[in-house]
Design a protein around this ligand. Sequence first.
Ligand SMILES: [Zn+2]
Length: 387
Amino acid sequence: MAITGDQRLLKRINRMALVRLVRSQPGLSRAELSASTGLTKSTVSLLVQELIDDGWLREDSVLVTGAIGRRPTPLRLDGRRLVLIGAELGVGYVRVVSMSLDGEILYRDDADISVGAEPEVVLKQLADMMAEHINKLVDGGREILGIGVGVSGAVQEGTGVLVVAPNLGWRNVPVKAILDASLQLRTQREFPLFVQNDGDVAALGEVEFANGAVGDPLLFVGLGVGVGSGVVVGGRLLLGTRGFAGEVGHIQLQRNGPKCTCGRMGCAEAYFGLQAMADIRRCSISELRQKAAAEDPQTLEVLAQAGRHLGVLLHNLWTTLDPALIVLGGPSCRLGKAFLQPARDMFEELAQEARLEIPPVNEARFGELSVAVGAAALALHELLLPI
Ligand SMILES: [Zn+2]
């Protein structure tokens, strides 16, 4: 019997549903998968065997309990063969990580880029780094499942065009098309490649590589030179009509406040973006870090003031989205308690005035790698949700 396109899609959906179930509940047996999905036992057996052969799942050793009869074989994600590549296109740097299916970081690379460099030059450098990872992985017997890229700007989903990135000074750059062509040239192969905003991918990283279930909606707030966010609701990203959702760095905290890179005055980013904080202290970003580490009183006051503004933003986002979990990530988190504690205190204070309890506020699971890891998670997310 000929397999139609519809059947192929249905099969893909069923296969990925099984992977998602095993990922969220490691150790499930074929019978339990059948009970959870409503698929027949023979269909599940067939699909599980394919998933084992393709490197998605593996059988765990069966616990000997002493009971009589054949015991079900527990299934887990197989981290040995399939690999995801994640890249971050940051302000002043690019970063690439290779990750196993079960969330282990295999390789990582960073490189500085000059701010103001042409998009083509930067993207070719990024393609070189990715190609190096691909060659190393393939030589080691691994298989590349997909590639994700997180960029600090608004991205049009589907086309992978970076619409606008104020901190890079880029507009309408076809990031996906350039990377696709550059990678094909370097590896003679094509890969599924996805591009999305850095805050969005970091939010996905918290969900896709979590050990078990995480709060939903999940709000990730990325704190760096730019301030952005990502929201995962019902297991999917909230992107908005133009991919601009979550650009919280440009929420107005004060009309006619300090000038922001976007052209407006009084944006959140102009109060506690990393560059903005350094400017307020009249020093460079690296000097700001050193002064913070040395507990310079003037710097601590700048960070405390900035942190309180962050607390107001967190409160406003919380009242808008009612997230079950808030995650803070990005390079500014390295400024530590001097910046983050005043933010938590302000958030708590505002909530208490309304006699409400705030949700947990965690720091990003993968620290400074949260965008690169999140980009790998984006590729996984797209593959696990075929429609
Ligand atoms: Zn702004």
